[in-house]
Design a protein around this ligand. Sequence first.
Ligand code: CO
Length: 417
Amino acid sequence: MDDDLIRFLDASPSPWHAVASTIERLDGFERLDESAAWDDLPAAGYVQRGAALIAWRLPADDPGAHAPFRLVGAHTDSPCLRVKPRPDVGTAGWKQLAVEVYGGILNNSWLDRDLGIAGRVVAADGTSTLVNVAEPVARVPQLAVHLDRDVNSGGLVLDTQQHLSPVWGVGTQSPGEFAEWIRGAANVDAPPAWWELCLYDVQGASVLGADRSLLASGRLDNQLSCWAAAKALVDARPTDHVAVIVLTDHEEVGSSSATGAAGPFLESVLTRLVAARGGAGDDLHRSFAASACISADNAHAVHPNYTERHEPGHRPLVNEGPAIKVNSNQRYATSAETAAVFQRSCERADVPWQVFVSRNNMPCGSTIGPVTATRLGISTVDVGVPQLSMHSARELCGADDPDYLARAMRVFLAGTD
Ligand code: CO
């Protein structure tokens, strides 16, 4: 597998870092500011809005402002614990941090892990600074089995307010202590007024298995797809359309935000990409009508210990390629036609592909696919690399699949079909 994915995951403990890691890889792409005029559009460029990013590459021989878009979308955020604005708590000789649950974490997966802290701190004047404390500074300690005799038979029940506060030292904590500590870690002049900080497992991504066939890491959902999208765009040379990747925030909490897929970010940028190339009148609508989108978000691989949880005829295997996700109730945006688009990309890239459908009695999650399709009317296919332990602090996927996904995306974004 490509070691660059391991570097990407390890350098991206928060969605803001995921965007920074992506920008680092966009070699030759020019940064534009949303608040500036876009008179002189670069052939390869990007804009950032918080923990969201849109990057594009124009076709070498631009057929005009009505040229369609080929889009690859993924999300930058992952479920985690986040430090509250007034975090200084503790009891009985322990210093603790008050944390909020972001998204649908697997509660138990956050227990007894060495946790670092990363995200952004913001001064009262609005200055924002990325910070990453890549050291074990906190831990959510599990209760000893001796003090919870039924835990193995009755199952672990955690109250998210009471039982998930990490310890991060001993003694008595005073108000402002965390702010002062993160000031030092961020190397800023004064304790920050505000922050958005994620706790994360400091154990880095590892290739796993006696045959080294697997990849274990936090945030595979969905930084794996962000990495693949960026790699695909960097390598793709579009012919008759504009190639775009769109990485949005807040998917894990429903996508409804200024930086989420349900917000106006993508529509705004696509509209400007048409206008800046002289588009007028029907051009935007002509473009959207002929455009296509791959929404990439990880899928559930068949779990060997719980095979009964999967639809028998549609259970993806690891290292057998990305899965095309189908749900006739439109939890996924895939249609028969858009599935065929992705199938063709896979076949031209010489990449295997699979199909995922969830059990009728087990409603599936959703993705940015239906949201994007609904907002813009662009035909969309939902796909994703199969993985286990989705939303665990440490997830597991096949080592070959991220490359398969990137190769299929590159062919789609380059597009001769
Ligand atoms: Co996801």
